[in-house]
Write a protein that binds this ligand. Sequence first.
Ligand SMILES: O=C(O)[C@@H](COP(=O)(O)O)OP(=O)(O)O
Length: 270
Amino acid sequence: MTSNCPVIKKCLDKANSAEYCITMCRHGESEWNQKNLFCGWYNANLSKKGHEEAKRAGKAIKDEGIKFDIAYTSVLKRAQDTLNHILEVSGQTKIPIVSTWRLNERHYGGLTGQNKVEAVETFGEEQVAIWRRSYDVPPPEMEPEHPFYDDILNDPIYKDGPPREKFPKTESLKLCIERSMPFFYSTVIPQLKKGKNVIIAAHGNSLRGIVKSLERMTPEQIMGLNLPTGIPFQYRLDGLFRPIGTMRFLGDEETVTKAIEEVANQTKKK
Ligand SMILES: O=C(O)[C@@H](COP(=O)(O)O)OP(=O)(O)O
């Protein structure tokens, strides 16, 4: 965009030249990723492989000499443990860490705890693909009889929200974006504006929501994006917080491609 008006031109020059950098990382493989179960708000641990992936992510950040000023994560331990490994291995455990339910994985509703291949056998490939990757079709709600309903609802990690009357029973990507992006714009963006270097350690779908918003992707475009576990990626952003170039993974291309394919193929029988 260009303009002959000096005032507009000055604003546009500033917007086009300012540059921010943000690093994000989906947590390492969880025990439920390993068992191929829909996880959502269930508070799964990292698997042994997940701990290793997270440490490797920390090494990649250390090797690149990336220094963070502040870190954001969800209230779920798979994301928090991943962040802690990253900060420990890269020698930056002293930075402030902000945890919020708003960066949680999308709530997978009644699918929580179901095996992804078995879900395809029960509901069909097309339906499960819609629940996993459509933009605005949420999975069936989690009913009070669901084996994890009470554990999740009464978990003290939710003492600061969401309020009980708004506690999700299921979420589409759209609903996940509606609670994560207000946090991103009100809390993370101001830090970037102050020149701070930020890392977000979160989840496959809460991060897909941020990517969709930053890249101004359509609902159709975001359907095709799968994020690998434990591989950090970065964006350089212009003054209007638009990406300059594509996301850059801190990992070799072969490993990244293989890890992305694994996520895409989770509903296929091995
Ligand atoms: O909830 C889950 O099962 C996965 C994402 O699953 P898909 O949407 O890729 O099926 O979330 P994460 O492991 O990132 O917390």
